[in-house]
Design a protein around this ligand. Structure first.
Ligand SMILES: [Cu+2]
Length: 416
């Protein structure tokens, strides 16, 4: 660029700056429809840390997710899934992932109703203020995300390295391995394509005289009007020859440089679901309401204790949120703070073996609105979540609760 253009460009950028979108303070998952979050997957016990690292240091995401039995019939059934960190671009490098304790290199087979515990370790790659979530990408549906928080990555003064030991024992830095070769090799291929494109568009009349060329029969080269001449055929043969030569050089070069090769490996297995096979309780909802004026979700449920010991309802998990009936310490352990709230259960206390009890669950949180979790005018006014019970021996259970939801108070913009 010429030097005198720089000030002009600078002024233009300065004028445009106020129009640039600001960094979003919230996490911004609200785009998905409520049913896509509530009826599909529930995330809980999520822990992300540490939240302040330097480039090259690890950040670990752990947690559990359950693919709900209420999975909507309008979506493809969940089969192939990929549990993944959801971060803004390649700012972290995933180095380790286990599902139910087994190493999981790629996608896994999942089932409706299945519960999976995940652990992912990633190294901070780029300095910045990044939001980090766990997510599950389900074939045919897309990526559903769990609760997240912000992680600060400070520069370390050293360039990022990703050391990997190869099968022959050599240690390489995956961050830069083969980078120059890939760049230049692709560039040579790009050049051939560029020459071909310019040849047929700039000096030739193929495109610019479309009115004439479109009159010609399909297989007519029309050398008499200079459309495709024998000379053109010659040069195109040269380009095709160069392309084949490039491929041959590539194949021979690869075979000589890397005599020992393995095809890219896949290991797709079916983790055993952690959902308890026998449940402590059966639950049924007799309806739910959402009051928009105070962000309060109320669910009426009938709980029947089918186990031999007293059980206590500890929390309600919906999509990426957890509502906990307990002291502040338990709330702090339930997941990233933005997605955790207090659950009030009335009447509270343990439910005796064989007892059937009607309870009211109440939760108040801005997260319902921020994450667009409540269906307010949808063709199916349904929400679903997990009720988490514990018995007096410390056993845990999760039971799915599906409720029809009626909004009780509309904001003025929804009134006729
Ligand atoms: Cu986020």
């Amino acid at each position: 660029m010429k030097r005198e253009r720089l000030p002009v460009l600078a002024v233009a950028v300065m004028l445009l700056l106020p129009m640039m979108p600001r960094a979003a303070a919230a996490h911004g998952e609200a785009a998905d429809e409520p049913f896509l979050k509530d009826l599909t997957v529930a995330f809980y016990d999520v822990n992300i840390g540490p939240t302040s690292v330097t480039v090259g240091q690890p950040v670990t995401i752990t947690g559990k997710l359950t693919i709900l039995d209420t999975w909507p019939y309008t979506l493809d059934p969940p089969q192939t899934a990929y549990i993944t960190p959801v971060v803004p671009g390649p700012v972290f490098a995933l180095t380790d992932r286990t599902i139910n304790g087994e190493p999981a290199f790629g996608s896994v087979e999942v089932e409706k109703g299945g519960t999976y515990a995940f652990k992912m370790v990633m190294l901070a790659r780029d300095p910045g203020h990044w939001h980090v979530h766990p997510g599950i990408a389900i074939q045919g549906t897309g990526t559903l995300i769990g609760p997240g928080l912000w992680v600060d990555v400070a520069p370390s003064g050293q360039p990022f390295v990703l050391p990997v030991t190869l099968l022959d024992g050599r240690k390489v830095n995956l961050e830069t391995l083969g980078g120059n070769f890939v760049w230049w090799w692709s560039f040579i291929g790009f050049l051939i394509g560029l020459v071909w494109m310019i040849y047929w568009t700039v000096p030739k009349r193929t495109v610019t005289r479309l009115a004439v060329t479109s009159q010609l029969p399909v297989n007519d080269d029309a050398p008499d009007i200079g459309l495709i001449t024998p000379r053109d055929h010659f040069w195109m043969d040269v380009l095709a020859g160069l392309t084949i030569l490039l491929l041959v050089i590539g194949w021979v070069g690869m075979a000589r440089k890397y005599p020992v090769r393995l095809p890219q490996q896949t290991d797709r297995f079916e983790p055993t679901s952690l959902t308890p096979s026998t449940h402590m309780a059966t639950v049924r909802s007799s309806g739910a309401t959402f009051d928009q004026s105070n962000d309060t979700l109320t669910i009426n449920a009938r709980i029947h204790n089918t186990s031999a010991s007293p059980i206590t309802l500890k929390s309600y998990v919906m999509a990426m949120t957890s509502f906990v009936d307990g002291p502040e310490e338990e709330l702090a352990k339930a997941g990233p703070a933005d997605y955790v709230g207090k659950l009030s259960v009335t009447p509270d206390g343990a439910i005796a073996p064989g007892e059937t009890r009607d309870v009211t669950l109440k939760m108040t949180s801005e997260v319902f609105e921020q994450e667009r979790l409540i269906p307010l005018h949808d063709p199916q006014q349904l929400i679903a979540g997990l009720l988490r019970f514990t018995d007096d021996q410390g056993h845990q259970d999760i039971v799915t609760l599906k409720s029809v939801l009626v909004p009780t108070e509309f904001r003025p913009q929804y009134l006729p």
